[in-house]
Design a binder for this molecule. Sequence first.
Ligand SMILES: NC(=O)c1ccc[n+]([C@@H]2O[C@H](COP(=O)([O-])OP(=O)(O)OC[C@H]3O[C@@H](n4cnc5c(N)ncnc54)[C@H](O)[C@@H]3O)[C@@H](O)[C@H]2O)c1
Length: 250
Amino acid sequence: MDRLKDKIAIVTGGASGIGRGIASLFAAEGARVVVADVACDRGEETVRHIKASGDVAAFVETDVSRAADVERMVQFTVRQFGRPSILCNNAGVMSIEPRLISDLTEETWDQVININLKGIYLCSKYTVPEMITAGGGAIVNVASIAGLVKSPNYAYAASKGGIIALTRSLAFGCGDHNIRANVICPGSIDTPGRARLRRNRTDRQDLSARVIQKDGTPEDIAHAAVYLASDESSFVTGSVLVVDGGSLRG
Ligand SMILES: NC(=O)c1ccc[n+]([C@@H]2O[C@H](COP(=O)([O-])OP(=O)(O)OC[C@H]3O[C@@H](n4cnc5c(N)ncnc54)[C@H](O)[C@@H]3O)[C@@H](O)[C@H]2O)c1
């Protein structure tokens, strides 16, 4: 279990669900992991789980949509462990939005775009200089199949489609500095965030006609993230990895 041995990683949204799964597997594969999240108690809990397995992690309270927080997150990482060479931009909010765009509030639009999309711009902006000094790195973004196919949620789909485009720009713009950028598009994954959404869901939002008739697990996404963060994917950049149980082909 040393596919990320001696690497230093930041995982945003690591207090819950997919982010917790990624942070735990990164640490089990030998990385020193900074868990960044707005949720302090659950973020500390992720770190306790990781340490209980004998692996290394630390928590820093971070709102990825606020530049000052993100700058502090990167400084914390450098102080705690050294320069990061892995950034996993996973933090995000899932939204259920009205059928008609005229009913979508500006507040919801701004919140979803600021966390899901601007957050990745900010985390990349402040982490990339450290990666360059470290000699390179890997950015692994978490989008969604909602960024690839029709989705009833305007802001969410726009944010996730934006992440896919931003990832390609990162791959292009940072490639000269030995930094790769790739994006994972999960389908339906069993997480606390997904459970919250399901409680409010209507039929029109059930798009699943899956080949594999079950939800995925955070570990399914974590395995993909380890591959894209590790040197095993050294010839892979600007790629979109769909991990959805076959729902796009259903
Ligand atoms: N679960 C799914 O079915 C699914 C499918 C496709 C994509 N995704 C994406 O995967 C990612 C993780 O989703 P999840 O299902 O684990 O959700 P989750 O709600 O269980 O976890 C999300 C985490 O992000 C954190 N977060 C929210 N806003 C933040 C902010 N401003 N700054 C820092 N952290 C913040 C939350 O506190 C939480 O810990 C999201 O980007 C989501 O859009 C999830």
